[in-house]
Design a protein around this ligand. Structure first.
Ligand code: BES
Ligand code: ZN
Ligand code: ZN
Length: 501
């Protein structure tokens, strides 16, 4: 996809060349000044006229009209150099890439060094470019019949730079892999529930394991019965689809110790069960496996980048349906941990399947746990649709997850979990726990319930109900699934290796 070159970019035949433009008094300096000269000073004129803008997130396509061998120049406005920021730069690149993609080209080029400034090294610029390119070019294929207007997408990008080629290649790879894993997560979330059942998700995980040499284990209903996974089985009772407990293991160390555990909610469709959702609340519930998708996306990134960190990923998967056999409010179920649960609301099913998955991740010797789940509508009310809610039982571990999320550019915000909150979760008169202690602070109730199954293990809960999908298209992707937390989880694994090394 990316070919690193150290030639003079505007002397090459390229379909389109993306150039970063900082908002500085002299817009064209160094190589860009020579480009402007080759264009008879036309670029300076276009800046004066306002056809080319250096403002952050503005992009302009300028035809070269035969003055240079390249056909067109695409200027990506980067704003003030002093305020340059890695994540903002990705957005600015995404804007320019989307303009380029509209041209339906097969190849393009980028002048990497035009993005470099005091805050942004050539390696940063390379990673930002490839990540933004991958994210902003994402499109869910969908299921429309083939049209006569075949899709054309970029197959090759020449990256012009004077920086060290091997390092640039490595940075381009990291960025592209981060976008690739995120896009895979997006696709899983965008797929409707009839196309992605628990069985399909298990098959997907098996393929991932084949590609990257992960150990894979798929527990069937009979295995779950033997292990006493009463919580996952209860949610599955109303379904004709068989439940799956999917486990992937990535072993980086000789010893299976210091294991990082990822647990992802894999509800392929959530009707709410007998505590059924209103009809408007049902649409979109195919996204209730966003946590599983984040974990699978992260595992793909991990398979490519191979951190030095042992990882176990556990995904409990089923749909939450209604039938004569479905579980009901008032039922009492026994989880794999032995803890009994009074079901007050069958729509609080995520915490039930995650309860058994947390116990199972511990059974596989996870020493740290991160669960990711589209868990509650409450988190959307509390934090909106651009912030993932977090809960923890260990501030040091939370700091690590927070750092990884900052590196990924994915906003997370911690919610408190107090002893009083825990009391409410443990307030059932007839069982150890109840799955729905009332609407007050119910994002905290949901997360806190899952925490009961972490027991002493350091744990962070990430509620992505607001962030797993979006109704707004942006510079880094269309509306629909966001693939949120795939990068945070993967970078957490990469960082741990750095911190310890
Ligand atoms: N899957 C939903 C949460 C959800 C809501 C995800 C909106 C994405 C968008 C979850 O299983 C659920 O129904 N939660 C209930 C919990 C309540 C019954 C305690 C909720 O948030 O209303
Ligand atoms: Zn639900
Ligand atoms: Zn749900």
């Amino acid at each position: 996809m990316f070919i690193v070159k150290d030639e003079r970019f505007f002397e090459q035949e390229e379909e389109a060349v993306i150039i970063g433009l900082y908002d500085r008094p002299l817009k064209f300096e160094g190589e860009l000044a020579k480009l402007d000269e080759a264009m008879n000073g036309q670029l300076t004129e276009l800046v004066k006229e306002g056809d080319i803008s250096a403002k952050l997130n503005e992009a302009a396509v300028i035809p070269a009209l035969g003055r240079i061998p390249a056909k067109r120049l695409i200027f990506a406005g980067l704003g003030k150099e002093k305020q340059a920021d890695f994540h903002e730069m990705k957005e600015a690149i995404g804007t320019a890439v989307q303009r380029m993609n509209k041209l339906k080209l097969a190849s393009a080029a980028v002048v990497l060094d035009s993005f470099v400034c005091e805050n942004i090294s050539a390696n940063d610029a390379a990673q930002a470019f490839s990540e933004a390119f991958g994210l902003s070019s994402y499109k869910f294929k969908g299921y429309k019949q083939p049209s006569n207007d075949p899709e054309q997408s970029i197959e090759r990008i020449s990256v012009y730079t004077n920086a060290e080629a091997e390092e640039i290649k490595a940075a381009l790879h990291v960025g592209y892999v981060l976008s690739y894993g995120t896009n895979s997560a997006r696709t899983l979330v965008n797929m409707p529930a009839n196309m992605l059942t628990a069985c399909d998700m298990a098959d997907y995980a098996k393929k991932l394991a084949d590609t990257y040499g992960f150990e894979v284990e798929i527990l069937e209903k009979e295995d779950m019965e033997k292990l006493g996974m009463g919580a996952l089985l209860a949610v599955n009772k109303g379904s004709v689809e068989r439940p799956k407990m999917i486990t992937l293991k990535y072993q980086a160390q000789e010893e299976w110790t210091d294991v990082l555990g990822f647990v992802g909610k894999g509800i392929t469709f959530d009707t709410g069960g007998y505590s059924i959702k209103p009809k408007d609340g049902l649409v979109g519930m195919k996204t209730d496996m966003g946590g599983a998708a984040a974990v699978l996306g992260a595992m793909e990134i991990i398979g490519e980048l191979k951190p030095d960190q042992n990882i176990v990923a556990v995904i409990p998967s089923t749909d939450n349906m209604i039938s004569g056999e479905a579980f009901k409010p008032d039922d009492v179920i026994t989880s794999m941990s032995g803890k009994t649960i009074e079901v007050l609301n069958t729509d609080a099913e995520g915490r039930l399947v995650l309860a058994d998955a947390m116990t199972y991740a511990k059974h596989h010797k996870a020493d740290y746990l991160v669960d990711v789940a589209t868990l509650t509508g409450g988190v959307v009310v509390a934090l909106g649709t651009d912030k993932t809610g977090a809960i923890t039982n260990n501030d040091t571990f939370f700091e690590e997850v927070l750092e990884a999320s900052k590196e990924a550019g994915e906003f997370i915000w911690q919610l408190p979990l107090t002893e009083k909150d825990k009391k409410r979760i443990r307030s059932s008169k007839i069982a150890d726990l109840n799955n729905s202690p009332g609407r007050e602070g119910h994002a905290i109730m949901g997360g806190g319930f899952i925490g009961e199954f972490a027991e002493g293990t350091p744990w962070v809960h990430l509620d992505i109900a607001g962030t797993a999908d979006t109704n707004k298209a942006g510079a880094l992707g269309p509306s629909g699934a966001t693939g949120v937390m795939a990068r945070t989880l993967a970078l957490l694994a990469m960082r741990r290796m750095k911190n310890e090394g």
